[in-house]
Design a protein around this ligand. Structure first.
Ligand code: UN1
Length: 503
């Protein structure tokens, strides 16, 4: 079956109206074969204004629905996602080029966050605080925040929306979603699934969740709208530099999940077989197009000669191919631009003395217009230039180190601060790496690579990664406003800090 037919059958099965994806002006090409699979109807800035007004009205109702009842909507969404997992996962493979297993895994991540959010709907706890005044009680409540705008990227076209939407809805907020202009179809599929959950739920207000497709103009309209209380944006640091200040300028709140230049350290005591497998998935999985992809590796000089040739062999032999009709581990890059950026980075690395294995375009039968590339392993004499930047492609820069402290310093010496890892069997090294003096990232792992985080932990990073946290732990607090309440149940009026003010 060709990709176009597969797209049409999958969208039909998901319940997406053909008129919305067949006659618009936003052209969508599948990275799998490069062929045009849809013409999506793009929205306008006026549509954004209308969606925000409807969401604002929905907020008045939704914030008063008891949180456990709001959780019921997400429970139903989880059920509907389970029922449509195969179809939505396939659509992720068609639109983002992921392997079948990774496409299905992305939908599983949506199901997992729904389960998490359902439990959370009964656990939006505030503290009770001891007060210094007799006959008083002090406590905090977490209240719904307002309209939440979600801007997501092509590489996790649906999971990132679900992290935000499941939490935001349980927290009492309406959600407006602006997906990447490269992945509107999976967004439309997700909305069709959500609609089934909303129908079963029964009495959710109109405008509670909406989708805005289009390019930067509609994104900007969402970011600049003063009625959008929170913008949660996932994408490049360049995008975050525009979005962050715009939201801050109107005193809105933002959660930014931006670029990563994630690194690992392989110490002398590392289990090298496990390290090899972990590095392979972290660096080559999803064709290097995760924000958590492993991009730099510091290998101790005593194990370099053992590990690096084995890695080179893995890069030379890893299967690259059509994710829809093979079980290749590495699928296509998203488009020609991504391939060109990869080539430019490799040229720059060579100029700095890098020795490159792989990196060339791979021709895949029946998919000649897809941009498939053999992942590249680049042995670098030092960390400089292009190594310090994120290139959204499967390139792993490998460097030698002698002293752990020096490796940690080089590890931290880049702009991004998302994910990191160390491979070691030495407790001192492991604990040092995850200590305050170790990795400066939001995620620091031991004996697993940088990507593939579970939803239960808070997800996000520091520095140029933007500082936001999504998904598990107490990330929900970012979607609510905190009110501190002091209640005087005495007949006196004692003032704090012993101040007297007798009139
Ligand atoms: C992203 O690439 O934007 O940790 C998100 C991971 C996935 C999420 C990646 N759970 O690799």
């Amino acid at each position: 079956m060709n990709v176009l037919t597969l797209t049409e059958t999958t969208l039909n099965r998901l319940g997406v109206d053909k008129a919305a994806w067949s006659a618009g002006d936003l052209a969508i090409d599948s990275p799998v074969t490069g062929e045009r699979i849809a013409q999506v109807k793009a929205n306008s800035a006026d549509d954004v204004a209308r969606a925000v007004a409807a969401a604002k009205a929905a907020f008045d109702t939704w914030r008063q629905v008891p949180a456990p009842r709001r959780g019921e909507l997400i429970r139903l969404l989880g059920e509907e996602l389970r029922a449509s997992k195969e179809d939505l996962g396939r659509l992720v493979s068609i639109e983002a080029g992921k392997s079948v297993s990774e496409g299905q895994g992305e939908v599983q991540e949506m199901i997992d966050i729904c389960d998490f959010a359902v439990g959370l709907s009964r656990q939006l706890y505030g503290l009770t605080i001891a007060t210094e005044r007799p006959g008083h009680r002090m406590m905090e409540q977490w209240h719904p925040l307002g309209v939440v705008g979600v801007i997501s990227a092509f590489n996790f076209p649906v999971a990132v929306w679900s992290w935000n939407a499941a939490l935001a809805l349980v927290c009492g907020n309406p959600v407006i979603w602006k997906p990447s202009e490269k992945s509107p179809l999976t967004a439309m599929g997700s909305m069709a699934i959500l609609k089934r959950a909303l129908d079963r739920f029964g009495d959710a207000p109109e405008g509670l969740v909406s989708l805005i497709n289009g390019c930067g103009d509609v994104g900007a309209a969402l970011v600049e709208n003063r009625d959008v209380a929170l913008i949660s944006a996932t994408g490049s640091t360049r995008m975050g530099r525009i979005v962050g200040p715009k939201v801050a300028e109107r005193f809105g709140r933002s959660i930014l999940e931006l670029g990563g230049n994630n690194a690992g350290i392989v110490t002398p005591s590392a289990d090298l077989d496990m390290t090899l497998r972990a590095v392979a998935f972290g660096a080559m999985g999803t064709a290097g197009q995760r924000c958590t992809t492993l991009r730099r590796l510091f290998v101790h000089e005593t194990v370099y000669a053992q590990l690096v040739p084995a890695l080179r062999a893995a890069y030379e032999s890893v299967s690259v191919g059509n994710p829809l009709d093979s079980d290749a581990l590495v699928g296509p890059l998203i488009d020609a631009g991504a391939f060109e950026a990869m080539q430019a980075a490799l040229v720059a690395a060579r100029e700095l003395g890098g020795v490159v294995t792989g990196g060339e375009r791979v021709s895949v039968a029946g998919a000649e217009d897809g941009y498939y590339a053999r992942p590249a392993l680049v042995e670098m004499p030092q960390q400089s230039g292009v190594v310090c930047e994120e290139t959204f492609a499967p390139i792993l820069y490998v460097m030698k180190y002698t002293e752990l402290n020096d490796a940690i310093a080089r590890h931290n010496a880049v702009g991004a601060g998302l994910s990191s890892c160390i491979f070691t069997m030495d407790m001192r090294e492991a604990e040092t790496f995850i200590s305050a003096a170790g990795s400066d990232c939001g995620i620091a792992n031991v004996n697993i690579a940088t990507s593939g985080a579970e939803i239960g932990g808070a997800f996000g990073g520091e520095k140029e990664t933007g500082g936001g946290r999504e998904s598990g732990s107490d990330a929900w607090k970012g979607y609510m406003r905190r009110a501190t309440n002091t209640i005087n149940y005495s007949a006196e009026l004692p003032l704090a800090q012993g101040v007297s003010f007798d009139i």
